[in-house]
Structure formats: structure tokens, C-alpha cells
Design a protein around this ligand. Structure first.
Ligand SMILES: [Zn+2]
Length: 459
């Protein structure tokens, strides 16, 4: 039986990200039955007893990380196959995804989850990539992670292969998914509506899906982008821009999470802010994909307007890594460079994006995302006995600018220790790596999607 209470004792720092943003030196955290019950100076918690004590003298404790847009299905077995000059790989991406078998997707998911939890992610939102949730549920359960799932649906043609159904069928599939999956694994699984994008879904479908999430108290996410060309396209359809098009349909609001949101202008930022809509931005994907964050990224304005903004790692063939600390780092440095202004997205803001803001964007802001009494116990303990953590004066700067997920020592999700002193027990890693490599070989053979492996000769 896992311990029902855990005391994290004498932490070098506890970065609570709570309402006062307290950073507690020599801090302790008490976890009981999955919840944080006490947080404070170690001396204040000296009387607290627990089934398990974690000596955190050399550790820095933070809230767990929230990955608000992460396609977990197809990419691990073929990660890194696209050369840098391939242009947009989307056509291949969706063809590979459609070709996955149930067993392949299970193993690829397991590897994705291993990478996520090991680098401190406690919750991911998979924007409808998973084709075989029944099989993958076992992987989510084993990894102990929180996950927001949905079925990707469209009812219009797309420039790449996506699951397309008549409108009524797309709606029926979604409501059946919501009813089957929402709340599974003691509430760690949430089910959302996941229409792919406004361009690939009819107005009617988007409206029906949004209503279904209102009726069930869940959320809706879709890919979203704007820009000069998009605004012209939408103006031809009678809307001012893609964002106000969605507002006009009634599908923006607190339940809706827009992914990427590059190219939005001031009036679209107003629209997002006034409707209380949330946004996930994927800073590493945007940078690697040459999306021009300098010209098209508006993260500082969204954050400044109080919008709930999450960070995402997109897919292991977009950002390639799933490390939220590296994503926070990119968010913190990208806008400084783009705007030649070092005050943009300070380290503290980057940490908020990865924790409390991300949790809020994903509809979990009242339950988790900070270290405070009453919240679910989703915690990351960083090992400071590593060169990149030294010397420590401002632990938030150390975390965002020096560290990465490799210094994650211990991870607690919903009160359960899932990574314990760098170790996990839910998967045989060596065997899994071999299996996923083989799946990648088979997948490339089956789909015919393959590229020269390197610009340099591999002999
Ligand atoms: Zn996506």
C-alpha cells in the first residue's frame, strides 16, 4: 500500500506559487490522503507526523508542471525523422498517426508518459491524438499522471488526413467519449471535446460540441491561428477575424482552450480576454518551426490581460522534447530576444505559466497548480546537488535559466510518489526503448514515410 501521508521535510526552498508567491526557506509540506494539508517553515511543521518522511534538505520543491498541448500518440517511434528542410511535416504526421495500431500506440504512449513524469509533468492535455484510449488508460494508470483526453473530430475537408465524419456522427462520437471517460482514474482523467480547428469543423459542429461541454462541465480545445491572410479569409465569410468568428458562434469562454494562437492582433486579444478564454502556447514548437514569434507571438499581452495561458510541448516531432522546464526557459528568453527587451516574461512569469496558470487554463485551477493547503498534492522535488543548480541565490532563476528536467529527483502526483529518487517502477525502460525503436521501423515501412536519416553519412 502506498503511504497515505507524506512529509517533505526541511526543503532547501519550497516555491509555493501560492497567492502571495511565497518562497519558503527550510520549508516542509505535509500531504495527507492525496491533498496538501500543511505548508510552512520546517519549525512550524515540527509536530507533523507522516507514514513517510522525505528528507528534502538538498531539494527544491515546486508545484507539478502542466503541459497544455501535447500530441502523445504517434511521434515517439519516429522522433527525429524529419530533416530540418522538410517544410511542414503535417501531412506525414497525420498519416503516421492514422497508421498506428493499438499495441503501437500503447507503447509510444508509455514512453511519452515516462519522459513527461520524469521531467516533472503531472498533467498533460492530448489534443485528440489518442486513437485507442482503452489501451492507453493502462499506461495512464501505471504512470499515475493526470490526463485530459478527447477524440479529434472534423466534418470538413482538411489539407492533411484527419478523422472526418458527418456532423451528427462527429457530435455523437464526442458526447459518447465525454460520457465514457470523464472522471476516470479517481478524477485524474478528464474528457474534453476536441474539434481539430475552426477551418476543419463546421460552425454547427463547434456549437454542438461547446454545448455538450457546458452540459457536462468539461472543456473544449482546438487549434487556433490568425494573421493577415486568415483575417482576410474570415472577412470574406463575414467575420472580422478567426477569433471573433468563434466568439460569434458562442464557442469562446472559460471552457475553451485555444492552442497556439499565433498571429492574433489587439482586437483578438481583447476578444480572448473579455470572453475568459484560455490559451496554450508552444514556445519551442514555434521557435523550431520558424513561426516567427517575434512578429506573431503575443504571450506577454495575453498574460498582461490576465488570460489563463498554459505552455505546451506539442509533439515529439515539433518541439521534440517534452521537458516543461525547457519550455519555460524558451518562454522566458524568446520574447526578450524578439522584442529586444529583457523585461519580457520574467522567470517568475515563466514558472507561473508552467504551474498555476497552466492548471487554470486546463480547468484545474481550483484543485491543483500551487502548493497550498487543500490543493491536490502534485509536487516536483529538484535535486540541487548538481552543478547547474549552484550557487543558489534566487531558486526561481536557477530553475528557469539553469536547470532542466534532468534534475527532477522526485515527483508526487495526487499524493502518490511516481518518481522516487530518480527511480520509477511502472515500466522496464530498456525493453520499452527497444520496442519503440522497432515500432518506428515498422511504421516507416508500412506507410512508406521515410527520409534520409542524416545529412551526414552514417557509415
Ligand atoms: Zn496540436
Amino acid at each position: 500500500m502506498p503511504p497515505t501521508s507524506i512529509k517533505i521535510e526541511h526543503a532547501r526552498y519550497v516555491i509555493t506559487v501560492d497567492d502571495q508567491r511565497r518562497i519558503i526557506r527550510d520549508g516542509s509540506v505535509l500531504v495527507e490522503r492525496g491533498r496538501i494539508t500543511r505548508v510552512g517553515r520546517a519549525a512550524e511543521l515540527a509536530d507533523a507526523r507522516a507514514d513517510r518522511i522525505i528528507d528534502a534538505r538538498d531539494l527544491v520543491v515546486t508545484p507539478g508542471f502542466f503541459n497544455g498541448h501535447m500530441h502523445i500518440s504517434y511521434a515517439h517511434p519516429v522522433r527525429g525523422i524529419f530533416p530540418d528542410d522538410v517544410g511542414s511535416p503535417l501531412k506525414h504526421v497525420f498519416a503516421l498517426q492514422m497508421a498506428m495500431t493499438e499495441e503501437e500506440e500503447y507503447h509510444a504512449t508509455l514512453l511519452g508518459l515516462l519522459e513527461l513524469v520524469r521531467s516533472g509533468t503531472v498533467c498533460l492535455l492530448d489534443p485528440g491524438s489518442t486513437k485507442f484510449p482503452d489501451a492507453c488508460l493502462q499506461a495512464y494508470e501505471a504512470a499515475g499522471i493526470r490526463v485530459i483526453l478527447g477524440e479529434c473530430v472534423t466534418d470538413r475537408d482538411a489539407p492533411f488526413p484527419l478523422p472526418k465524419y458527418p456532423t451528427a456522427e462527429a457530435a455523437a462520437r464526442t458526447t459518447a467519449f465525454l460520457d465514457k471517460w470523464n472522471g476516470r482514474l479517481d478524477g485524474r482523467v478528464r474528457a474534453w471535446a476536441m474539434p481539430f480547428s475552426p477551418e476543419t469543423c463546421s460552425a454547427e459542429l463547434l456549437q454542438v460540441l461547446h454545448r455538450a461541454t457546458e452540459e457536462r462541465g468539461t472543456g473544449l480545445t482546438l487549434h487556433h491561428g490568425s494573421g493577415d491572410q486568415a483575417r482576410r479569409d474570415y472577412q470574406a465569410r463575414g467575420a472580422k477575424n478567426p477569433t471573433e468568428y468563434l466568439e460569434g458562434l458562442g464557442v469562446l469562454g472559460p471552457r475553451t482552450l485555444l492552442a497556439h494562437a499565433l498571429g492574433i492582433d489587439d482586437s483578438e486579444i481583447d476578444c480572448i480576454a473579455r470572453t475568459g478564454t484560455a490559451v496554450t502556447m508552444c514556445p519551442v514548437t514555434a521557435a523550431k518551426g520558424a513561426r516567427g514569434v517575434g512578429a506573431h507571438g503575443r504571450m506577454p499581452e495575453l498574460v498582461g490581460r490576465g488570460v489563463r495561458v498554459a505552455l505546451g510541448c506539442d509533439s515529439p516531432n515539433n518541439s521534440n522534447h517534452l521537458d516543461m522546464i525547457r519550455a519555460m526557459n524558451m518562454a522566458a528568453i524568446q520574447y526578450k530576444d524578439a522584442r529586444q527587451d529583457m523585461s519580457q516574461i520574467p522567470a517568475e512569469t515563466a514558472l507561473e505559466l508552467g504551474t498555476r496558470l497552466g492548471a487554470a487554463a486546463m480547468g484545474l485551477g481550483d484543485e491543483t497548480g500551487v502548493i497550498a493547503p487543500g490543493r491536490r498534492a502534485d509536487l516536483v522535488l529538484f535535486d540541487t546537488q548538481r552543478p547547474e543548480w549552484q550557487a543558489i541565490w534566487n531558486p526561481v532563476n536557477n530553475l528557469v535559466y539553469n536547470a532542466d528536467g534532468r534534475s527532477v529527483h522526485t515527483v508526487v502526483i495526487d499524493g502518490r510518489v511516481v518518481i522516487d529518487g530518480y527511480r520509477q517502477t511502472f515500466v522496464d525502460e530498456r525493453r520499452l526503448y527497444g520496442t519503440v525503436q522497432e515500432i518506428g521501423e515498422r511504421l516507416q515501412e508500412r506507410t512508406g514515410i521515410a527520409f534520409p536519416t542524416s545529412r551526414w553519412p552514417i557509415i
